[in-house]
Design a binder for this molecule. Structure first.
Ligand code: ADP
Length: 490
């Protein structure tokens, strides 16, 4: 049950709400109680003032042996209220007269009052009141207790202290009534809020549930389906859009893989068909001259080589995609490697009477995978010679521009049509399929530039077609000269 977000949300919501209500109640209780005490204090001051006015007036009027007691008794009688206790204390702290002596029909009340004046709490307040002219205090006798006020006054040349106590019982009763009301109102409110919270959570999460069931139906066969975005601007809309973005990327990579597989099998089919056809012809003819067999074997060998080349390239790209190509970086001189590659390509160039020159740079130390860079350079040289007509020119140059080397291979071929330039680094792309395929050197499968570009990128560099028109093309590889780079596969 707790595995459901709906349930967890509801529980959290209910818990937080209950906590807030409880805290609010506690705070409200204290605020109410404090203001009740303040009101009682103001009332006590008023009572005390009017009591003293009456007492003074009575002292003027009264005659007889115990004028003070008689006047005090009149004042007590006049100001006597239920829940209020008066006591007049002399300088020694002795209670001269108190309202407990007032006849009361309510016997328990009278007993309670007597108990108040003899309580330890009252005695303590009495002792403190002797030290000051005005004092407020609390007498903890009954459950609610009494609020006490003591005020010193002068009468007939002597100093006395008037103490008035007022019960906090009515205020306590109000609080208790409110408490018992809240005791059943709060659980009902929390219950109703949690039911509401549950439905709210259910409603808010409904689009998520819908999205997850929609997402559950999307598989490799319907990867073009997308989640419905109900509100572009809210969080769920954002989630749906992110998920759709992921699906877009997935389906793109799926399609790329599919295309790659289709192209790969298509490319492999031709040499395999030639191998089969040639071997079938050679086997079917009984009497063949050794020259004819040689010729057939030559064709077989040539196609097998082409096949090996394609399979090798495919394997490289697959490992590069998976980030599993093991790079073996070492320190060497780039200019030396280029010179070596130019030397290897010389035979090819000579066959087409192409002049192949290398404008070497000064020492160019580099930290890279030598065999991969060799592969890239040979691919570019191979293309330059392949797509340059006889008696043309191929120029290789290596320069250092700041923190990078620029290796450019320029040819005098017929160039690459402008509309095809953006695609030449794609896998299996050939600008002129018929021409490439019929090349006597075994025409590539359109993987050479894709691999070369990956090689440059895996060395934190790049490969670009910097110029191409009817006078020829120039490919430039930019490689970081800084050997501090850590090379990452793929
Ligand atoms: P391929 O094995 O067919 O040469 P690449 O990936 O090396 O494949 O090259 C892709 C295509 O780019 C080639 O088929 C060719 O049409 C074009 N291309 C590459 N290099 C050159 C160049 N130097 N001059 C003209 N076209 C080129």
């Amino acid at each position: 049950m707790l595995d459901s977000i709906r349930m967890r949300l509801t529980l959290w919501y209910t818990g937080v709400l209950a906590l807030v209500i409880v805290v609010l109640c506690v705070v409200a209780y204290f605020i109410f109680w404090r203001s009740a005490v303040r009101r009682t204090d103001a009332n006590l001051v008023e009572l005390s003032d009017s009591f003293l006015v009456t007492l003074r007036a009575e002292l003027e009027d009264q005659t007889g042996p115990d004028v003070f007691r008689t006047a005090a008794q009149v004042a007590i009688d006049e100001h006597h209220f239920r829940d209020t206790v008066y006591a007049i204390v002399d300088q020694t702290g002795k209670v001269i007269i108190s309202s407990q002596e007032t006849p009361s029909a309510d016997a328990p009340m009278k007993a309670a009052r007597r108990q108040i004046l003899s309580s330890a709490s009252f005695q303590k307040f009495l002792a403190s009141s002797m030290q000051s002219d005005r004092l407020f205090g609390h007498i903890a006798v009954t459950e609610a207790g009494y609020r006490a006020f003591a005020q010193r006054f002068l009468a007939k040349g002597s100093s006395y202290t008037l103490i008035i106590l007022q019960s906090l019982h009515p205020q306590k009763e109000v609080v208790e009534e409110a408490g018992s009301l809240f005791a059943w109102l709060i659980p009902i409110a929390i219950l109703m809020a949690s039911i509401g919270g549950y439905f709210l959570a259910r409603k808010s999460l409904a689009p998520v549930v819908a999205m997850s069931s929609q997402a559950g139906r999307i598989g490799s066969s319907n990867l073009d389906e997308r989640l419905t975005v109900q509100n572009e601007k809210d969080e769920l809309g954002h989630l749906a859009r992110s998920f759709n973005g992921l699906l877009n990327r997935l389906s793109e990579s799926f399609n790329r893989q599919r295309r790659f597989m289709a192209d790969a099998s298509h490319e492999l089919r031709t040499p395999v068909a030639i191998l089969r056809g040639e071997s079938e012809v050679a086997l079917s003819q009984q009497a063949r001259t050794p020259e004819e067999y040689r010729e057939s074997l030559g064709v077989l060998h040539h196609e097998a080589e082409r096949l090996t080349h394609i399979v090798d390239d495919l394997f490289t790209l697959t490992r590069a995609d998976a980030g599993q190509y093991p790079l073996q970086p070492s320190n060497f001189y780039l200019d030396e490697l280029i010179a070596e590659c130019v030397h290897s390509a010389r035979t090819l160039a000579q066959a087409k009477k192409i002049s192949l020159t290398f404008e070497g740079a000064a020492e160019s130390p580099i930290h890279a995978d030598e065999s991969l860079l060799r592969r890239m350079l040979l691919n570019l040289l191979d293309n330059a010679i392949k797509y340059t007509p006889d008696f043309g020119r191929v120029t290789v140059a290596c320069r250092r521009n700041g923190q990078e080397y620029e290796v450019s291979i320029a040819d005098t071929g017929s160039g690459i049509p402008a509309e095809l330039r953006p695609r030449i680094f794609e896998r299996f792309f050939r600008a002129d399929k018929a021409r490439s395929r019929s090349e006597s050197d075994g025409g590539g499968a359109g993987l050479g530039l894709a691999i070369s570009s990956w090689i440059a990128e895996t060395h934190h560099g790049r490969l670009e077609l910097t110029q191409s028109d009817s006078t020829g093309s120039t490919f430039s590889a930019y490689l970081p000269a800084d050997s501090g780079h850590s090379l990452s596969p793929g």
